[in-house]
Design a protein around this ligand. Structure first.
Ligand SMILES: Nc1ncnc2c1ncn2[C@@H]1O[C@H](COP(=O)(O)OP(=O)(O)O)[C@@H](O)[C@H]1O
Ligand SMILES: [Mg+2]
Length: 212
């Protein structure tokens, strides 16, 4: 099977990088892909989530591979993970500068969560520029969005002008995302047919098409 790397990046903190990375990893793993996560954020939120997951499931039962890396080590650690995984999902720190390039260089697809606000659109620009500079396809995803508001529509229009793809799936502002992250699970594992799970599954399908 071909090996794939998805990097979740966004200069803005709090946009949902770690939440999207964890939920994509859980969903791809549930689809039968041998999936690993790589945390390159010194804050280590994805790592904390994963450790909680290990505590809940047991180290031998946990489905995901895991490593941490400094920004410059991302390429090497990804290669190591790809030796026995089909997919690596990389989480990145906010304010990722030039030193964050290895995580973009190694990606097949850059997933960019954006919350609906003009400030977040502005803050997204450096990430988009980096993806363009590296010639990487990217997928912007509206996160914490309420459908049918003018702000959501305006943000969608703005991110559409970045020149990449925009996910048809919007991720809603849902308490379940925060709750499940704290317990080491993904949204699809808690309320399998709830709205959060449906959104994650739909997003996973869109992402899968882009890395195929
Ligand atoms: N779709 C969502 N609905 C509700 N809360 C969310 C959603 N996405 C993220 N959050 C919450 O917002 C905060 C920031 O999310 P996080 O994934 O840590 O962002 P980042 O990694 O980009 O800094 C966290 O408290 C997280 O639980
Ligand atoms: Mg994070």
């Amino acid at each position: 099977m071909a090996r794939h790397v998805i990097t979740v990046a966004q200069q803005k903190g709090g946009a949902g990088k770690t939440t999207v990375a964890a939920n994509l990893a859980v969903a791809f793993s549930a689809n039968g892909m041998r999936t690993a996560i790589l945390d390159t954020d010194p804050q280590g939120s994805l790592g904390r989530w994963f450790m909680t997951r290990c505590d809940r499931m047991g180290d031998d039962e946990v489905d995901l591979g895991f490593r941490t890396a400094s920004a410059w080590g991302a390429r090497y650690e990804t290669r190591q993970l790809l030796r026995d995984h089909d997919l690596v999902v990389i989480d990145t720190p906010p304010k990722m500068g030039y030193d964050g390039r290895p995580a973009i260089e190694v990606a097949d697809l850059v997933v960019v969560p954006v919350t609906p606000s003009q400030i977040d659109v502005w803050a997204t620009e450096p990430t988009i520029e980096m993806a363009h500079a590296e010639g990487k396809p990217f997928l912007t995803v509206l996160n914490r969005a309420s459908a049918r508001t003018r702000l959501t529509a305006e943000t969608l229009k703005d991110i559409g002008e970045f020149g990449g793809q925009t996910a048809e799936t919007m991720i809603g502002d849902r308490v379940l995302f925060a709750e499940t992250m704290g317990t080491g699970y993904g949204a699809i594992e808690k309320r399998a047919n709830g709205p959060a799970a449906l959104e994650i599954r739909a997003l996973t399908e869109e992402v899968a098409k882009l890395i195929r």
